[in-house]
Design a protein around this ligand. Structure first.
Ligand code: MUC
Ligand code: MG
Length: 387
């Protein structure tokens, strides 16, 4: 029987974080997720998520622009079409919408969720098949306070949740940041792998001096220390740094990945489906890494459960994940919008194996946290997005 796409819903859902999350470019107290639900004529519904960090502080799409792009430019290309083949459905979207990778990723995820449910297979099977059912998951320490970060990390290790930590730095003077990181590494010792994410905040001289000091402190890796556009600086730093250099914001798809890899501008890629423009584009980024002997890490945009699960399905298929993943986004939120939250145990995330994404949403929670829910429209104005 021919089934068609009947309706596409998009909602911005604002969920508070368990503590302020302090990055070089923004501090967040809640995460704003743009969710897309694609409804088919046979009752199948596929879900996708477009989530960024700090409104427009991190990238050039915001929760509001992701919603608008889907509502005004993508939905009209999809509604009424046969809902069978994600590649055929997405081609007109790719042909007529430039950029907007987060919105494209959200829609592609929802179409793959539909396809998986129809075929009775998980999304990981649609992406080639999984090589692992569990993914190691790191936790980000970003309270901005050294002793609070140490206490948080010790609790995570004791609970068996995380034993690798990423520290968000770059907001303060470099020497102050290095002292903060070194104190945390000293407190946790060999029990924990420590990495830092600078979110583009340094220049080349600062980054090299910092990499040497961080290496002495026992840190394993520095993520995107220089602006994404500073290809030459990243290549110079990668040649000279005593510890691994990772690219993140620089990788806005396979084209950027090939330039970075060919220039030797990093030792590792943070793979992010939203940044790459979709799960298939992210898989291409991973393939470029493989061809250039660049290490792989499963990144996050601090997505909630839908985006996190979509990425998990992809990461489960990658031949190597040298640096593990940071798919902890749902754990940073005070509430989960799933009927059954994802399973985190033994320092890992269990990749769902039911058809499609393998998720069931809690619609009461979803309605409660929707920005356009009547009771919340007054209390959570858009200008409170960042602080
Ligand atoms: C980033 O830049 O990697 C990932 C973890 C986290 O705390 O922030 C994100 C974004
Ligand atoms: Mg990063």
């Amino acid at each position: 029987m021919k089934t068609t796409i009947e309706r596409i819903d998009t909602w911005i859902v604002d969920v508070p974080t368990i503590r302020p999350h302090v990055l070089a470019m923004a501090s967040i107290r809640r995460q704003s997720m743009t969710l897309v639900g694609i409804h088919c004529s046979d009752g199948v519904v596929g879900w996708g998520e477009g989530t960024t960090i700090g409104g427009l502080a991190y990238g050039d799409e915001s929760p509001e622009s992701i919603k608008l792009t889907i509502d005004c430019y993508m939905a009209p290309l999809l509604i009424g079409r046969e809902s069978a083949d994600p590649a055929a459905l997405l081609q007109p979207v790719r042909d007529t919408v430039v950029g907007n990778h987060f919105a494209k990723n959200a829609v592609e995820t929802a179409l793959l969720d539909i396809q998986g449910q129809r075929l009775g297979v998980p999304v990981s099977t649609l992406l080639g098949g999984r090589l692992r059912d569990r993914l190691p998951v790191l936790w980000t320490l970003a309270s901005g306070d050294t002793s609070a970060d140490i206490a948080e990390a010790e609790a995570m290790i004791a609970a068996g949740r995380h034993n690798a930590f990423k520290l968000k730095i770059g907001k303060r003077e470099m020497a102050q940041d290095v002292a903060h990181v070194a104190a945390i590494k000293r407190a946790l010792g060999d029990e924990a792998s420590i990495r830092v994410d600078v979110n583009q905040a340094w220049d080349g001289v600062t980054a090299l001096r910092a990499a040497e000091r961080l290496a002495d402190a026992g840190v394993d890796l520095v993520e995107q220390p220089l602006p994404a556009t500073d290809l030459t600086g990243m290549a110079r730093l990668t040649r000279k740094s005593p510890i691994a250099i990772m690219a993140d914001e620089a990788l806005k798809g396979p084209h950027d990945a090939s330039i970075y890899a060919a220039a030797g501008a990093c030792h590792a890629f943070s793979i992010k489906p939203a940044q790459a423009g979709g799960l298939f584009a992210a898989r291409d980024v991973a393939a470029i890494a493989g061809a250039h002997h660049v290490g792989l890490y499963g990144g996050t945009m601090l997505e909630g459960s839908i985006g996190t699960t979509a990425a998990a399905h992809l990461f489960a298929t990658l031949p190597s994940l040298d640096w593990g993943t940071e798919l902890f986004g749902p754990l940073l939120q005070t509430e989960d919008i799933l009927a059954e939250p994802l399973t985190y145990r033994d320092f890992s995330l269990v990749v769902p194996d039911a058809p499609g994404l393998g998720l069931r949403l809690d619609h009461d929670k979803l309605n409660h946290f929707r920005r356009d829910a009547p009771a919340r429209t007054m209390s959570v104005p858009a200008r409170q997005e960042n602080s």
